[in-house]
Design a binder for this molecule. Structure first.
Ligand code: CA
Length: 517
């Protein structure tokens, strides 16, 4: 909504206890504006930023989402702009005495009868796309594989119309890495599990150089293949049978074609919504994300959970400050302890780099009204809905449980996306306030805008406008149901996401916490 006489001044307060609200009007509101409640702004407050609803004394808590997001480091007068400069960051919740499984939500009634059209794999997983993926052990082979993929797409793919795409899983790992270091299992299992993603149809193909640290049988032992096969699945460029670059490319293309024939014979079949593995993420968040897009996605997450699906949320630094809410929601104490273990690992990881979780918010987050990581985290976890936490998995592990799952990842958009693909995500939903053209080649990405102004300006990049919740034009439930139905349509190939329409596909980015030699 534009800041003109047709748009009445509007602010949103989330929780009855809150002593701040955020300004809805595009462009913000000038000093002297009188809101419906009678509140008068004593200074200009930018769009999505907070206004003090009452006088807040120095040292008093600033409350949003009914929780403390910081403390006033100076007296804040009613009607003032509450920004980072007047706010002190609270300590994160201690990991020592968290509630373990003390407020486990009741199971919601099952939701039957929802299906999508997917590709059934031999291991029982289901793809929302039918893609040939070519794995690589090392960056040395990346350019060769990219060269081969270009030729495969031009010369072979047109003959196999049921195959959606051919992608190279390239990365910077594999050479000069401390392969036995603690934590090295993270990038290695990430690469392995990427190849096993349900959208790749269980047809792994690995391209290796030959001399690299990460050898193909360590990346992908035959025992990890979805169906034990005697058929070769590794191409080594340094093999003596390759007498030229053309030979190498021919080897890759020959093995690729064997797989294209298999993949092309597959058809979409009706599958229960329970076969969905939906990864949730936010990026370029603003103060609306936690009021509009994330709660609406949380509503959709609850519907997916009731339908028996797997719903994955991630981004450790964005749940760290809300961890006490999640350990209480854990299905049992073991799940709660697993969550604490992942948080502790990450606290230590950040400490080794001499930072803490306050390094998370970006300049864009702050411009969008998010004062600090606490406020960001409280808004971020809203996308996990209200159901019990059913399981916790480490970075790059393949998720093997149904229900609401926490898969530990950094909050970086591409690293989180890559790790969620390794976790076996077959569809991604991404909320954004500031806007990003983000997309992934391996799974469709539905983008949800937290503000209508963004959804209107980027109508060809944003799939769902959740900003209507802030203006009162729609409810959280309505937008949540819209997202749920769009997930089923996109998973079935009936609707295309904006990112797929333009072919916007970010690169795989590995999480490697170990030294490079
Ligand atoms: Ca993110």
């Amino acid at each position: 909504m534009r800041n003109d006489p047709a748009s009445p001044p509007l602010c949103v307060k989330v929780h009855a206890r809150d002593n701040v609200a955020i300004i809805v009007n595009e462009g913000g509101l000038p000093r002297g504006t009188r809101l419906d409640s009678g509140l008068v702004l004593v200074e200009e407050v930018p769009e999505a930023h907070k206004v003090a609803l009452v006088d807040i004394a120095e040292g008093e808590p600033i409350l949003r989402y009914g929780a403390v997001i910081g403390y006033a480091n100076t007296p804040i007068a009613q009607g003032s702009w509450v920004h980072e400069g007047v706010t002190r960051l609270p300590q994160p919740p201690s990991l020592e005495d968290l509630p373990l499984s003390t407020e486990v939500p009741e199971l919601l009634p099952p939701l039957d009868g929802y299906t999508f059209e997917g590709f059934l794999n031999d291991d029982g997983s289901v793809g929302t796309k039918n893609i040939l993926g070519i794995a690589t052990t090392v960056q040395c082979v990346a350019a060769t594989v990219d060269f081969a993929v270009k030729r495969i797409k031009a010369e072979l793919l047109p003959r196999y119309p049921n195959v959606d795409d051919v992608i190279a899983i390239t990365h910077s790992y594999g050479c000069g890495v401390a392969i036995q270091a603690p934590g090295a299992e993270i990038p290695i299992r990430t690469l392995r599990n990427l190849s096993l993603n349900p959208n790749l149809g269980g047809a792994p193909l690995v391209v290796s150089l030959g001399c690299e640290k990460l050898q193909p049988l360590q990346l992908m032992p035959a025992s990890t293949l979805p169906v034990l096969t005697e058929a070769p699945y590794i191409v080594r460029l340094q093999d003596e049978r390759h007498l030229s670059f053309s030979d190498m490319v021919a080897s890759i293309m020959e093995m690729a074609e064997e797989r294209l024939i298999r993949l092309n014979a597959r058809r979409r079949v009706p599958r229960p919504a329970a076969d969905l593995v939906v990864g949730l993420q936010c990026g370029g968040s603003d103060a609306f994300s936690g009021v509009t897009a994330n709660p609406a996605l949380g509503y959709a997450a609850d519907l997916l959970g009731r339908a028996g699906a797997t719903v994955i949320f991630s981004e450790v630094t964005e749940v760290r400050d809300a961890v006490h809410l999640l350990t209480a929601r854990a299905a049992d104490e073991e799940v709660a302890r697993s969550l604490i273990r992942e948080m502790a690992w990450y606290d230590d990881y950040l400490l080794r780099g001499s930072v803490d979780r306050s390094a998370n918010p970006t300049p864009g987050n702050k411009k969008g009204g998010l004062t600090n990581i606490v406020e960001k985290a409280l808004g971020s976890v809203a996308k996990a809905g209200t159901s019990r936490l059913a399981g916790v998995f480490g970075p790059g592990e393949r998720v093997t449980k149904k229900g609401l799952i926490f898969a530990a990842t950094p909050a970086s958009d591409f690293i989180c996306g890559t790790l969620q693909l390794a976790a076996s995500m077959n569809l991604h939903v991404f909320t954004t306030g500031r806007g990003t053209p983000y997309g992934l080649a391996m799974a469709p990405v539905i983008k949800v805008a937290s503000r209508s102004a963004l959804a209107e300006r980027w109508g060809d990049l944003v799939d769902v406008d959740a900003g209507t919740i802030a203006t009162g034009a729609a409810t959280i439930q309505q937008v949540g149901e819209q997202i749920f139905h769009l997930i089923l349509d996109v998973a079935s190939g009936r609707k295309q996401t904006c990112a797929d329409r333009w072919g916007l596909h970010n690169e795989f980015v590995l999480f490697n916490p170990t030294p490079v030699t």
